[in-house]
Design a protein around this ligand. Structure first.
Ligand SMILES: Nc1ncnc2c1ncn2[C@@H]1O[C@H](COP(=O)(O)OP(=O)(O)OP(=O)(O)O)[C@@H](O)[C@H]1O
Ligand SMILES: [Mg+2]
Length: 278
């Protein structure tokens, strides 16, 4: 059963995309087959993973929603043959509004029979706990809360964990909060140490290895390469931290309501029905 990790946060700009990209690069270095699902209309993960073509996106996948249809939207990343991607686009914004009783389960259904082809699936969520993030949580086995060591960290993490708890008690009993990762930590700052202590006293062992604040992350993202391929002292620090984080997140065996491979519908028919893209 494939581990599906959704990276989420209430607050924007805390590092969800960077954590997803960093973990993808780290996992590929270990020979794991990785699928990144970009569920953010900002499409930052898509831009950085630099696919050569994006015939379909998560917007098409959610619009269609039929079992297994996500397979059609998978494209190779520009990074590594082990990393594949379901890209995003701005139009995904329109899918953020609930349009039916099962609208939060569209991604889960569309992924059925698809994730089995990967060792690790990482979902990059938008900065909200709305419909798109709920779709990620219904599809995931693990929820990874991303935060920064700031005054808002405890409150933001609490709200994210509450959203996880609601989904795990209402429909996805295979979902668990795998942990909270603090990003952009600067241990030389007393304020950051204070906030890290605050997080640990609020959430105990749920607080995972933090990631340091290193410009290499921004440099590698700007160059559309994995930070694992960046050469600087900062890159080495961040890569070591990403490796530790990946160790904490894997390996784990758990039960997920496995879905049977089925005759797969195609996205092309849905695109025809949808007409011109909004
Ligand atoms: N550990 C880090 N060290 C230095 N810069 C970082 C680090 N993590 C993220 N950044 C930078 O911070 C900015 C925000 O990060 P990122 O885009 O990953 O956040 P996000 O939570 O995905 O944002 P959004 O909520 O808008 O999707 C980016 O410019 C990124 O390069
Ligand atoms: Mg992001």
């Amino acid at each position: 059963m494939t581990q599906i990790i959704a990276a989420l946060s209430l607050k924007g700009g805390v590092g969800k995309t960077s954590v997803v990209l960093g973990l993808a690069g780290s996992a590929a270095e270990r020979g794991l087959r990785v699928l990144v699902i970009d569920l953010d209309p900002q499409a930052n993960a898509t831009a950085s993973l630099d696919p050569t073509r994006t015939p379909y996106t998560t917007s098409d996948v959610l619009f269609d929603g039929r079992a297994g249809v996500a397979s059609d939207a998978i494209v190779p990343s520009g990074w590594d043959s082990l990393i594949q991607l379901i890209p995003s686009e701005r139009a995904l914004e329109h899918r953020a509004t609930p349009d039916g009783v099962d609208s939060s389960q569209r991604l889960r259904r569309a992924l059925s029979g698809v994730t089995e082809n990967f060792d690790l699936v990482l979902i990059d969520c938008p900065p909200s706990l709305g419909e798109l993030t709920r779709n990620a949580l219904y599809a995931a086995t693990d929820a990874l809360v991303v935060t920064e060591p700031s005054f808002f960290a405890v409150n933001g993490a609490e709200q994210a964990l509450e959203a996880v708890s609601i989904v795990s008690t209402h429909g996805n009993s295979g979902l668990r909060p795998i942990g909270i990762v603090a990003n952009r930590v600067r241990p030389t700052l007393p304020e950051h140490n204070y906030r890290m202590d605050e997080l640990r006293s609020a959430f105990g062992e749920l607080v995972l290895s933090g990631l340091p604040d290193r410009a290499a992350i921004q440099q590698a993202q700007g160059a559309c390469v994995p930070v694992q391929r960046w050469t600087s002292n900062g890159a080495a620090d961040i890569n070591a931290a990403l490796g530790r984080l990946l160790d904490e997140l894997r390996p784990m065996t758990r039960h997920f309501e496995g879905t049977q491979a089925q005759a797969r519908p195609s996205l092309a028919s849905a695109r025809l029905a949808q007409g011109a893209r909004s």
